[in-house]
Design a protein around this ligand. Sequence first.
Ligand code: NAI
Length: 468
Amino acid sequence: PIEVKKIVCIGAGYVGGPTCAVVALKCPHIQVTIVDVNQSRIDAWNDPDFNLPIYEPGLVDVVKGCRGRNLFFSTEVDKGIAEADLIFVSVNTPTKKSGLGAGFAADLNYIELATRRIAEVSTSSKIVVEKSTVPCRTAESMRTILEANAKPGCRFDILSNPEFLAEGTAIEDLFAPDRVLIGSLQSQEGLDACAALANVYANWIPKERILTVGLWSSELSKLAANAMLAQRISSVNMLSAICEATGANVDEVAYAVGKDSRVGPKFLKASVGFGGSCFQKYSLNLVYLARSLNLEEVARYWYAVVEANDYQKNRFAKKVVDTLFNTITGKKIAVLGFAFKADTGDTRESPAIDLINHFLSERARVTVYDPEVQESQIMLDLTDYGAKPAEPIQKAVTVCPSALEACKGADAIVVVTEWKEFVNLDWQSIHDTMNKPAFIFDGRNILKRQELKNIGFKVVSIGTGDRL
Ligand code: NAI
């Protein structure tokens, strides 16, 4: 079997960084170099005080365990490629903003540029692993580009190895994944390459969790897994609307439904709606794929999952306005949490962005607190990366250093991210400083409702028909 001694990972982001740091930790005999064109990101990975560019519980310890030993971060992309036997391609694949498939299809420009770079600088054979999430049959395009530009004697074997980690539990997920999926061509060379990568993972993952399948199945499985998780959340959220209208309680309904072992209890929590860089994007990629295959009914089915999520976010924003006597103009709304979920600093597609935009369009004043998200990031998201003028937003939005500070003098508090620290805030002191009646909108159903009511709060949760 081919023995992998040197790995390079192109892309030092949320996926490339943690995944390859864990490979380095678990495989001390393999040299792992993570390269990126973004100098400041690489500098942060190399920070002497370990102020890494992304926040994940446990990540610092992993990097401390092997950086400088067999884990390196560098901007020398070409050198990294030239030296490696195995290359993870973990670059970003955003949704296209213009052209064919705009708003739905993945932008494969970064993948193609990285692939062309690999062909250009490789002087020996490589296993090229697509780690980024890509539409079906991208591996074939990569192979065509590599083969058309290969130097004599260089072979490229392409594998699909989608990443299933969830942000916030990335390290836990990488240490003990439910499964590792590797797709390859079923030719002898393809199977050999697949075995080489499987051997890397076998250093810490039980063999029966390493699944090997065909290339196209592997690529489709990643989109399917995301779309089905998104579908579960949308399903429970659509039940939450019925609960609110009827007086049933969505947490009780989800509990009862989840007890059926065919359904299972996980991932059935109603909320303000899902966010993150993956669920919406891959559901829409799947819609695009179905459309391009002329499967309009299939496309409509998956599109409904995304529509339901938008509906849920809007419904929640509208509920805030309705409850505050149909106007929030000039009122102060404290938004607790800006990350798309707890235990991450990632804000991509966070429901907080849509909610705050809604509040601003009603001319409310907004204060925001998040334990992991910087003010500069919040402003980038609210101005849509500079597409909207910053001045009116800066006037209306204040980013605060603590939850207490954000809630001072507010008319309403809106919990958007399920950070644990929000559960046990000094709610009595917060209540004392607020305008009365003091409202709390619990967009994650994490707060202790009865205790808050006893203090005097008017509490609105998701999916319960309870009176205020
Ligand atoms: P990211 O945007 O955090 O990181 C990508 C990095 O690649 C950037 O730092 C960028 O500078 C770098 N890059 C782009 N082109 C390059 C090139 N030619 N040479 C060197 N560096 C280059 O993206 P993230 O979140 O790590 O995602 C990567 C892929 O993994 C995407 O396809 C994403 O959809 C997928 N994915 C993401 C998950 C997540 O939770 N964020 C989970 C599973 C998959």
